[in-house]
Design a protein around this ligand. Structure first.
Ligand SMILES: [Zn+2]
Length: 239
C-alpha cells in the first residue's frame, strides 16, 4: 500500500491495508471519510431531462465541496470522482465532457475551474463549449433573473460539436441551470447525457420537489435556503 495520506483528515493510508482493499484501486481518502460521503447514485427527472446524480448534497460531501469551491482548496479535486472513476469511464466511453460554466470572475479568484478540474479525474476528453454572457453568480440574482439563465448561456464558436456529449456540473440545487445548459446543447449534438456530482436532498425522494414546476423555480429565497442549509423539506412543503 501507499504511504500517502487521506486528503480530508490526513490520516495515513497505510493503515488501510486490509485484504479487501488490496484488490481495489487505491483511494485518495481513508475508508472512514469515504464511507461518510453520501454516495447515493440516482437518476433524477427534471423538466423532462434525465440527470444522473452521484452524491446527496449533505454532510461530509457538502463540507468537502464548500472547502473546494468556496475556500479554493484545489487539492481536493480528486476526492469526488476517484472511487467511481473506472465505472464512469466505462459507462460514458465515447462521450466528450462539457462542463456547465461558472462565473469568470470566480474562476480568476480561485485560480482554477472547479467543475472542469473535478471531472479531469475521468479519462475522457473535455470541451469547454458553453460560456456565460452574464458573469454574475446565480446566488446574487433575483428570481426573474434566475429564471432567464437560458438567455445568459451561449455556445462557443467551435469547428465541430461532438456527437456524444456528457454535460456535467458539480451541484444541482433546483435543476434550472442544468436544464438551461441542456437546452442550449440540444439539437447541436446527437446525444447528450447529464451527470451531476451532488444533488439537492429534495431530489432524493420518489416525487418531484414542488419547487420544480413547468418553467421555473418558486423563488430565490427558497433556493438560497436549500443551498445553504440543505433543509429542503421544511421549505418546499410551504410552497
Ligand atoms: Zn480520512
Amino acid at each position: 500500500m501507499t504511504d500517502s495520506y487521506c486528503l480530508w483528515c490526513h490520516r495515513s493510508l497505510k493503515y488501510e491495508s486490509t485484504l479487501k482493499n488490496l484488490f481495489h484501486i487505491d483511494d485518495v481518502l481513508c475508508e472512514k471519510c469515504r464511507q461518510s460521503m453520501e454516495y447515493k447514485p440516482k437518476k433524477i427527472k427534471v423538466h423532462g431531462i434525465e440527470v444522473q446524480g452521484l452524491y446527496i448534497y449533505e454532510g461530509l460531501f457538502r463540507d468537502m465541496l464548500i472547502q473546494y469551491k468556496e475556500l479554493y482548496d484545489e487539492a481536493l479535486f480528486p476526492v469526488f470522482l476517484w472511487k467511481v472513476k473506472q465505472e464512469l469511464e466505462r459507462k460514458y466511453r465515447g462521450y466528450t465532457i462539457v462542463p456547465v460554466p461558472s462565473s469568470e470572475r470566480k474562476n480568476q479568484e480561485r485560480g482554477f475551474f472547479t467543475v472542469e478540474r473535478m471531472f479531469e479525474v475521468l479519462d475522457l476528453p473535455i470541451l469547454d463549449l458553453l460560456y456565460k454572457t452574464d458573469d454574475r453568480e446565480q446566488k446574487k440574482m433575483n428570481r426573474r433573473e434566475r429564471e432567464s439563465i437560458y438567455s445568459h448561456l451561449e455556445l462557443k464558436d467551435v469547428k465541430s460539436i461532438p456527437d456524444k456529449i456528457l454535460l456535467v456540473d458539480d451541484i444541482m440545487t433546483t435543476g434550472e441551470t442544468i436544464t438551461a445548459a441542456y437546452r442550449k446543447l440540444k439539437g447541436n449534438s446527437k446525444c447528450t447525457k447529464v451527470l451531476i456530482c451532488g444533488y439537492n436532498k429534495a431530489f432524493s425522494g420518489n416525487s418531484v420537489p414542488s419547487f420544480v414546476y413547468k418553467g421555473g423555480i418558486v423563488g430565490y429565497n427558497i433556493c438560497k435556503a436549500l443551498f445553504i442549509h440543505g433543509k429542503a423539506e421544511r421549505f418546499y412543503k410551504k410552497c
